[in-house]
Design a protein around this ligand. Structure first.
Ligand SMILES: Cc1cc2nc3c(=O)[nH]c(=O)nc-3n(C[C@H](O)[C@H](O)[C@H](O)COP(=O)(O)OP(=O)(O)OC[C@H]3O[C@@H](n4cnc5c(N)ncnc54)[C@H](O)[C@@H]3O)c2cc1C
Length: 414
């Protein structure tokens, strides 16, 4: 089949690779000049099925309210009347109930675990180096944070995901450069979880896909998609193209492409930030990835650089850098690894997570024949990319995917 993939982020490139591997003729259409230029560009890099969790969780609404009055907050809300946001918030609140949280988390961990396995296969097969590290350490500054994480820890045990609760001393053995002056109650160590440079991986996979015949059309924006008998047409600046099938993998823009087809997805762009700095003292830098549960910030080692990423900003659709968000990142970096780098001279970035209110992504067919989606991966798209791409290629090839897709398709929105 001739398949067009719209979007050259990590999700689109993984989809294109697996479609080509299954023998299809594939084109990727990307509005920028290279792959992974948008949300896939500056993320925290964590590939951790054990850490993947819905933001809609019991206690979260209260916690978010308390954050709003703190000088350094993981959540920023820009006042807006945008009805799309308020509808999203209403749906999100309904998902914060414990049973919904458990269901959503299981769905997310199912695709993330599968995805990690597929990513490892790709890495071994092509000897890929994308600055990957092994082990993720979650840090809890106080007892309350640890208590709030308890239901998630129970699920790790239930799902057989390797993890170990460690005290502050053991946490400092795992990450010897952790600052002594910052209060640390406990850590949760996920020894098999990983981190890595997402855009570097995406560029490697793009090069491999090109050798397999995948064509990349850069600087091309798809304006509309229209079904046509047994094919699909799509328009790029007044020109019309045809394919046997189209996969929408356009990140936060996906909902706009689906609206005219009568498919309404509650996808909202939740802005996040990162700071990337060159390491000045290697013995004072993190060895792998740590996360600070109080500020919902991740600190990741990426080769000779350290990246600090986090913040959820609602209500802003523009790419401007909010100073309060950057202050939080610098503070968390200084709290845990003060001598690793000069964070205030870091390169700052922001991107929008393609978030659905419940958490799991949407994979596979739509009610429109030959139009498929690979969207809504929210804060864990890198962790879910390889598996999601393989699932899409299997579905389009008429093969049964390796995992159960219950709760991971459009049918969950009726
Ligand atoms: C601060 C932050 C930290 C994060 N940390 C992590 C993490 O540690 N681990 C993790 O797994 N995930 C993380 N994420 C989430 C992850 O980055 C995203 O889920 C993932 O990048 C989404 O990939 P994507 O390919 O769907 O979107 P994108 O990377 O945004 O790709 C979509 C592409 O589609 C293109 N496009 C859009 N519309 C059109 C059109 N009409 N025509 C042509 N092209 C189009 C865009 O230009 C873009 O390149 C983080 C995100 C943020 C913001």
């Amino acid at each position: 089949m001739q398949v067009a993939v719209i979007g050259g982020g990590v999700i689109g490139v993984c989809t294109a690779y697996f479609l080509a591997a299954a023998g299809h003729e594939v084109v990727v259409i990307e509005r920028y000049g290279n792959v992974a230029q948008e949300t896939s560009f500056g993320n925290a890099g964590i590939v951790a099925p054990g850490y993947v969790t819905p933001w809609a969780a019991p206690g979260m609404p209260k916690k978010i309210l308390s954050y709003l009055f703190k000088p350094e907050s993981p959540v920023l809300i820009k006042p807006t009347m945008d009805p799309v946001l308020w509808r999203w918030v209403r749906m999100w609140l309904a998902e914060c109930e414990l049973e919904r949280y458990r269901i959503n988390k299981e769905r997310m961990q199912r695709i993330a675990s599968y995805s990690q396995h597929i990513l490892q296969q790709l890495r071994e097969h092509y000897s890929l180096d994308y600055e990957q590290t092994t082990g993720v350490l979650q840090l809890f500054r106080n007892q309350l944070e640890l208590q709030m994480a308890q239901s998630g820890i129970d699920m790790l045990a239930a799902n057989g995901l390797p993890h170990r609760l460690v005290d502050a001393d053991e946490a400092r053995l795992i990450e010897p450069a952790l600052a002594i002056h910052t209060p640390l109650t406990a850590g949760l160590y996920l020894p098999q979880d990983e981190a890595g440079n997402c855009p570097l991986f995406t560029r490697h996979l793009k090069n491999i896909a090109q050798t397999m015949g995948v064509e990349f059309h850069f600087n091309s924006t798809v304006d509309a998609i229209e079904p046509e008998h047994n094919r699909v047409t799509f328009r790029i600046e007044e020109r019309t193209f045809r394919a046997d099938a189209v996969v929408i993998a356009a990140g936060v823009e996906s909902a706009q492409l689906l609206e005219p087809l009568g498919i309404h997805i509650p996808l909202y762009p939740v802005k996040g930030y990162s700071a990337t700095a060159f390491i000045k003292n290697f013995d004072q830098a993190p060895l792998a990835a740590v996360t600070d549960e109080s500020y919902k910030v991740a600190i990741t080692r990426m080769g000779s650089r350290v990246r600090i990423a986090g913040t959820a900003e609602l209500g802003s659709r523009t790419p401007d850098l909010h100073k309060a968000a950057l202050r939080t990142l610098v503070k968390v970096g200084d709290d845990w690894f003060p001598d690793a780098a000069n964070y205030s001279s870091a390169t700052f970035w922001c991107g929008a997570r393609p978030m659905l209110p419940d958490g799991p992504p949407l994979l596979g067919a739509t009610p429109v024949k030959n139009v498929f989606v690979n969207i809504g991966h929210g804060s864990a798209g890198w962790a879910m990319a390889a598996g999601s791409g393989k699932v899409l290629a299997d579905l389009i090839s008429g093969q049964a995917p390796d995992i159960d897709l219950d709760g991971l398709t459009l049918s969950r929105y009726g």
